[in-house]
Design a protein around this ligand. Structure first.
Ligand code: ATP
Ligand code: MG
Length: 281
């Protein structure tokens, strides 16, 4: 049985442009599968469709073999959802937000404590959710997704707004969960996050999947390693195959250091998709 099976999923908000345009993919159990794409690509819309926060116009989503068109409350416990701009109850404390959610699924208080400790927000449990910082809110939303111990986690930009060290810590928590068997579907526009977390990555743009592969295989297929010359304060990157330019720079003898570097996922994304992962590229 596949963890996730999606066939020809399509959705339009205005019935003119498709925000998600005929996508199909499968995710194996235990896999971390990523959607990497720029702002407005349709990543959040895809997660909403998969988890039924939006109803697709064409209906072919199976999760753990369950046809999502017929999923009930009991089945939904198997799924954890964490959204970038999720709705917390601002007038409730962090703890109360989790308690309210846990109650719905019959989860005990010890589990709430465990998950808040794991995500390092236990000390802030009595603060109102409205007083949480952005990174703390993201962790509280993640805690809410984890508290039911789901088989599959849907994570929309899971480290958005976090300081780099907290983001790295949250990725470690997610990796540990994956080692224990949790399947994950992750969206991000952060190539480092995609590379660190994901077994396979879909390059996603304008509602379409452009390619699906492992990070290593993308690099083998598209990545040309480069030689970097530091000349005064500038870095000049030269394709390894461009011997003429390499020799010219070496003979010129004005460089202070030379390094070789693999192509980044972002460079490969630009090559394959024709645009970058950040606005305006
Ligand atoms: N509620 C809505 N009503 C109308 N259009 C919407 C709505 N939500 C999203 N869209 C549009 O659908 C497209 C995809 O948006 P979506 O939020 O899924 O992108 P995203 O990849 O998650 O972007 P980001 O990285 O900024 O979160 C965009 O053009 C967006 O303007
Ligand atoms: Mg989004």
């Amino acid at each position: 049985m596949k963890a996730i099976e999606v066939k020809n999923l399509t959705f339009s908000y205005d019935r003119k442009v498709n925000a998600v345009d005929n996508i199909s993919f499968t995710v194996e159990k235990g896999e971390v599968f990523g959607f990497l794409g720029p702002s407005g690509a349709g990543k959040s819309t895809t997660i909403k469709l998969l988890t039924r926060l939006l109803m697709p116009q064409v209906d072919r989503v199976f999760i753990l073999g369950q046809d999502m068109a017929k999923a009930d409350h009991k089945f939904m416990r198997k799924i954890g959802i964490s959204f970038e701009n999720d709705v917390l109850y601002p007038a409730l404390t962090g703890y109360e937000n989790l308690y309210f959610h846990a109650k719905l699924y019959g989860i005990n208080k010890q589990e709430i404590k465990d998950v808040m400790k794991t995500l390092d927000i236990w000390d802030a449990r009595d603060k109102l959710a409205s007083q949480y910082s952005k990174g703390m809110k993201t962790r509280l939303v993640l805690a809410r997704a984890l508290v039911t111990r789901p088989e599959i986690l849907f994570l929309d930009e899971p480290t958005s707004g976090m300081d780099p060290d907290i983001a790295a810590y949250v990725r470690k928590v997610l990796k540990d969960l994956n080692k224990q068997g949790t399947t994950m579907f992750v969206t991000t526009h952060d190539m480092h996050e995609a590379e660190q977390l994901c077994d396979r990555i879909a390059f996603f743009n304008s509602g379409k999947i452009v390619d699906i592969d492992t990070p290593e295989s993308y690099k083998k297929r598209y990545g040309e390693s480069r030689i970097l010359f530091k000349v005064d304060d500038a870095i000049i990157a030269v394709d390894r195959k461009n011997k003429e330019e390499l020799l010219r720079l070496i003979e010129h003898d004005q460089w202070s250091s030379i390094h070789s570097r693999e192509a980044t996922l972002e460079e490969i994304f630009i090559k394959v998709v024709g645009r970058g992962l950040k606005d305006g590229e």
